[in-house]
Design a protein around this ligand. Structure first.
Ligand code: RB5
Length: 149
Protein backbone atom coordinates (compact mmCIF):
# COMPACT_ATOMS: atom_id res chain seq x y z
CA UNK A 1 0.00 0.00 0.00
CA UNK A 2 1.28 3.47 -0.84
CA UNK A 3 2.31 5.92 1.85
CA UNK A 4 0.27 9.12 1.87
CA UNK A 5 1.79 12.49 2.72
CA UNK A 6 -0.60 15.23 3.84
CA UNK A 7 0.29 18.92 3.56
CA UNK A 8 -1.84 21.91 4.50
CA UNK A 9 -1.84 25.57 5.44
CA UNK A 10 -4.00 27.14 8.17
CA UNK A 11 -7.37 26.65 6.44
CA UNK A 12 -9.42 23.95 8.20
CA UNK A 13 -7.12 22.22 10.71
CA UNK A 14 -10.04 20.07 11.96
CA UNK A 15 -10.82 19.13 8.36
CA UNK A 16 -7.22 17.98 7.92
CA UNK A 17 -7.33 16.01 11.18
CA UNK A 18 -10.55 14.32 10.04
CA UNK A 19 -8.96 13.31 6.73
CA UNK A 20 -5.88 11.91 8.47
CA UNK A 21 -8.09 9.89 10.84
CA UNK A 22 -10.17 8.67 7.91
CA UNK A 23 -7.09 7.42 6.05
CA UNK A 24 -5.63 5.80 9.16
CA UNK A 25 -8.95 4.04 9.80
CA UNK A 26 -8.51 2.50 6.33
CA UNK A 27 -5.02 1.29 7.34
CA UNK A 28 -3.08 3.71 5.14
CA UNK A 29 0.31 4.83 6.36
CA UNK A 30 0.00 8.59 6.68
CA UNK A 31 2.69 11.20 7.29
CA UNK A 32 1.54 14.70 8.11
CA UNK A 33 3.94 17.31 6.75
CA UNK A 34 1.54 20.23 7.04
CA UNK A 35 0.95 23.03 9.51
CA UNK A 36 -0.85 22.42 12.80
CA UNK A 37 -3.19 24.46 14.95
CA UNK A 38 -4.57 26.96 12.46
CA UNK A 39 -1.85 29.62 12.89
CA UNK A 40 -1.52 31.67 9.71
CA UNK A 41 1.19 30.25 7.41
CA UNK A 42 2.02 30.48 3.70
CA UNK A 43 0.60 27.75 1.46
CA UNK A 44 3.64 27.68 -0.92
CA UNK A 45 5.84 26.42 1.92
CA UNK A 46 3.59 23.44 2.57
CA UNK A 47 2.81 22.65 -1.07
CA UNK A 48 6.56 22.52 -1.70
CA UNK A 49 7.23 20.47 1.44
CA UNK A 50 4.58 17.88 0.65
CA UNK A 51 5.53 17.75 -3.05
CA UNK A 52 9.17 17.14 -2.16
CA UNK A 53 8.24 14.43 0.34
CA UNK A 54 6.23 12.59 -2.33
CA UNK A 55 8.89 13.06 -5.04
CA UNK A 56 11.71 11.89 -2.75
CA UNK A 57 9.78 8.83 -1.65
CA UNK A 58 9.00 7.96 -5.26
CA UNK A 59 12.64 8.50 -6.28
CA UNK A 60 13.72 5.89 -3.73
CA UNK A 61 10.90 3.47 -4.42
CA UNK A 62 8.86 4.03 -7.60
CA UNK A 63 5.16 4.84 -7.06
CA UNK A 64 5.49 4.33 -3.30
CA UNK A 65 3.79 7.55 -2.30
CA UNK A 66 0.85 9.81 -2.98
CA UNK A 67 0.17 13.25 -1.56
CA UNK A 68 -2.90 15.23 -0.56
CA UNK A 69 -2.58 18.96 -0.06
CA UNK A 70 -5.25 21.18 1.45
CA UNK A 71 -5.67 24.95 1.64
CA UNK A 72 -8.74 27.19 1.53
CA UNK A 73 -9.50 26.51 -2.11
CA UNK A 74 -6.90 23.86 -2.94
CA UNK A 75 -5.55 26.16 -5.62
CA UNK A 76 -2.47 27.81 -4.14
CA UNK A 77 -1.08 24.74 -2.41
CA UNK A 78 -1.66 22.63 -5.55
CA UNK A 79 0.14 25.18 -7.72
CA UNK A 80 3.07 25.05 -5.31
CA UNK A 81 3.16 21.23 -5.31
CA UNK A 82 3.15 21.16 -9.12
CA UNK A 83 6.39 23.15 -9.20
CA UNK A 84 8.24 20.16 -7.71
CA UNK A 85 9.82 17.94 -10.37
CA UNK A 86 7.96 14.64 -10.70
CA UNK A 87 4.75 15.90 -9.12
CA UNK A 88 1.43 15.79 -10.94
CA UNK A 89 -1.08 17.36 -8.57
CA UNK A 90 -4.72 17.43 -9.68
CA UNK A 91 -7.01 20.03 -8.17
CA UNK A 92 -10.23 18.13 -7.41
CA UNK A 93 -13.74 19.40 -6.76
CA UNK A 94 -15.59 16.13 -7.39
CA UNK A 95 -14.79 12.40 -7.61
CA UNK A 96 -14.79 12.69 -11.40
CA UNK A 97 -11.74 14.98 -11.23
CA UNK A 98 -9.95 12.40 -9.09
CA UNK A 99 -10.91 9.57 -11.44
CA UNK A 100 -9.66 11.44 -14.50
CA UNK A 101 -6.63 12.76 -12.66
CA UNK A 102 -5.53 9.19 -11.97
CA UNK A 103 -6.68 7.37 -15.10
CA UNK A 104 -5.51 9.95 -17.65
CA UNK A 105 -2.95 12.17 -15.91
CA UNK A 106 -1.35 9.63 -13.52
CA UNK A 107 -1.73 12.23 -10.75
CA UNK A 108 0.39 11.42 -7.72
CA UNK A 109 -1.14 14.20 -5.64
CA UNK A 110 -4.48 15.93 -5.31
CA UNK A 111 -5.34 19.31 -3.86
CA UNK A 112 -8.57 20.03 -1.99
CA UNK A 113 -10.22 23.20 -0.71
CA UNK A 114 -11.23 22.97 2.95
CA UNK A 115 -13.48 26.01 2.56
CA UNK A 116 -15.32 24.78 -0.53
CA UNK A 117 -15.39 20.96 -0.51
CA UNK A 118 -17.40 19.43 2.32
CA UNK A 119 -15.80 16.61 4.24
CA UNK A 120 -18.00 13.83 2.85
CA UNK A 121 -17.25 14.91 -0.71
CA UNK A 122 -13.55 15.13 0.18
CA UNK A 123 -13.57 11.54 1.48
CA UNK A 124 -15.22 10.30 -1.73
CA UNK A 125 -12.71 12.25 -3.82
CA UNK A 126 -9.85 10.73 -1.79
CA UNK A 127 -11.23 7.19 -2.11
CA UNK A 128 -11.53 7.65 -5.88
CA UNK A 129 -8.00 9.04 -6.10
CA UNK A 130 -6.54 6.15 -4.13
CA UNK A 131 -8.51 3.40 -5.88
CA UNK A 132 -8.25 4.44 -9.55
CA UNK A 133 -5.42 3.05 -11.68
CA UNK A 134 -3.56 4.92 -14.41
CA UNK A 135 -4.81 3.71 -17.80
CA UNK A 136 -1.45 3.98 -19.57
CA UNK A 137 -1.62 3.49 -23.35
CA UNK A 138 -1.92 6.82 -25.16
CA UNK A 139 -1.90 8.60 -21.80
CA UNK A 140 1.60 7.31 -21.05
CA UNK A 141 3.04 9.35 -23.93
CA UNK A 142 1.25 12.47 -22.75
CA UNK A 143 2.30 12.09 -19.14
CA UNK A 144 5.92 11.58 -20.25
CA UNK A 145 5.67 14.92 -22.06
CA UNK A 146 4.61 16.54 -18.80
CA UNK A 147 7.73 15.23 -17.13
CA UNK A 148 10.07 16.98 -19.53
CA UNK A 149 8.46 20.43 -19.39
C1 RB5 B 1 -5.40 31.48 2.83
O1 RB5 B 1 -6.29 32.37 3.40
C2 RB5 B 1 -5.84 31.09 1.44
O2 RB5 B 1 -5.46 32.06 0.53
C3 RB5 B 1 -5.26 29.75 1.10
O3 RB5 B 1 -5.67 28.80 2.02
C4 RB5 B 1 -5.62 29.19 -0.27
O4 RB5 B 1 -6.98 29.21 -0.50
C5 RB5 B 1 -4.83 29.71 -1.39
O5 RB5 B 1 -4.94 29.31 -2.55
Amino acid sequence: MRKIFIGNDHAGPEYVDAIIEYLQSKQYEVEHVGSVGGTSVDYPDFGEKCGKAVAESNAQNENSAFGIVICGTGLGIGIAANKVKGIRCAHCVSPYYAEMGRSHNDANMISLGARVIDLENAKTIIDTFLETEFEGGRHERRVKKLDVI
